[in-house]
Design a protein around this ligand. Sequence first.
Ligand SMILES: Cc1cc2nc3c(=O)[nH]c(=O)nc-3n(C[C@H](O)[C@H](O)[C@H](O)COP(=O)(O)OP(=O)(O)OC[C@H]3O[C@@H](n4cnc5c(N)ncnc54)[C@H](O)[C@@H]3O)c2cc1C
Length: 479
Amino acid sequence: MSRRDFSIGKASAIAISCGVIEDVLPALSATPRQPILTDGPTEVAQVSSSPTADIRPREADALVLGAGIAGLAAARTLVDQSLSVILLEARDRIGGRLWTDTLLGLPLDLGASWIHGIKRNLITKLADQFGVETVATDYDNCIVYNFDGRKISDKEYIAAESLFESIYALHEQEEIDMSLQQAFDRVLKNRTLSDDQLHKLQFVIEGEYALELGADPDHLSLWEWDQDGEFSGLDVVFPKGYNQITDGLANGLDTRLATKVELISYGANGVAVETSSGSFVADKAIVTFPLGVLKQAAVKFDPPLPAWKQSAIDRLDMGVLNKVYLKFPNVFWDETFEEISYMGERTGEWCDWLNFMPYINEPVLMAFHGGTKGFTIEELSDAEIIAGAMKILRVIYGDGIPEPDGFLITRWGKDPLAFGSYSYIPPFASGDDYDALFKPVEMFYILPGRPQAAISRYRAWSIFIRCRGGGGDRVSGGE
Ligand SMILES: Cc1cc2nc3c(=O)[nH]c(=O)nc-3n(C[C@H](O)[C@H](O)[C@H](O)COP(=O)(O)OP(=O)(O)OC[C@H]3O[C@@H](n4cnc5c(N)ncnc54)[C@H](O)[C@@H]3O)c2cc1C
């Protein structure tokens, strides 16, 4: 059994982004039709239809800020409903945290890789619509090595997982919220474990949290960490890259790249957005910046976001997952296993490798670092990172292995347009904080229902500002 079998949440973040769109967009359009990205019927709220005159000419009906999957899907839907839309994006590319890089001569995803659970998942629909090839992955197809290069037997590994399960079951008895780590420590205080047991337990815990959620147990709320919904069906990756989905959505949209938003002013007369490439005015704006960008106040709002919404932004936090790709001249590893795990002396370092041979038939390995280790690796130089990777591969496969032909290293925590990979729920924050991101500032109109999609561990979210005559503003955010 793979440690990922413990993974409770397998929802797709990206589908969540579209979930926001399903909920919000029907009310944004003046003459709504069935949005292309929805699954079910949508009800349209009654809104005022006579905006007051503007003081400045409008460039478009709506501005969509950020051209990640959320922004692209929002813009696509609005355009399909006959609204004029301009997408403003700070990077010189679309896709945001979906980023297929071809520097090594083949498409490799530096951000998201998977559709987690293909059934009833909007990304699956888009992949079908755009004719994008996918390949199923199997986390059970895994081999685990100890720090000395010895293979860990199934029996040993299952024992470590069982130990984790017993601790996990006990910690749920706590009556006040605290960090997961504090709860684990309370349980462990009453258990006598050998060093070897503790080492293996830490490895399992690393896989459960830092690598899944981008945050270590001491940063996660005992009660609320797991707000994930789950899509059923296979997990799949895109051999030719995730950006095939964003490229499909972006086709024909008016997208302004290298346009960094600095100030968003909103009120009864519309929305004015100041950017590095001039200002834009529209009736409405949809903001799809990552939580990390909003936490850093990298973009200013005028008026500022209300306190209850700002405090939700403050309470939630952004974790990190980083990837290191290594392309070799030939395969020297266990070619048939998809996942190669390493229980190193320092937990979390080079512990999780993906073999890309089964997916793209190329000699590529990719290592994950998450949570604290994910942030720490960002401080190292490229040369130090590659030396660290090769040291571990030599422990496992011997000194005769070749040097890599090329590498790719991500540093999502330092990325000023993301400040992390996805969000998580720290102690004393809760799923209610995500609800607060959805909640309107003023109930100028009522949107029906909750977002249909469940909250995912990959926390992308959007703020929605709608400005109309009469002073109605709506700011809504969600996963
Ligand atoms: C390493 C990694 C692995 C992941 N793995 C998976 C996975 O396997 N499956 C999965 O479902 N999800 C995964 N995710 C999460 C997934 O990538 C995100 O949830 C999703 O891409 C978020 O989309 P978004 O449009 O909401 O945000 P983003 O993609 O971040 O888009 C926001 C856009 O806003 C732009 N922006 C920011 N600030 C400004 C500004 N001031 N002015 C103008 N533009 C600005 C950004 O450049 C960006 O393009 C992963 C993420 C990472 C980083």
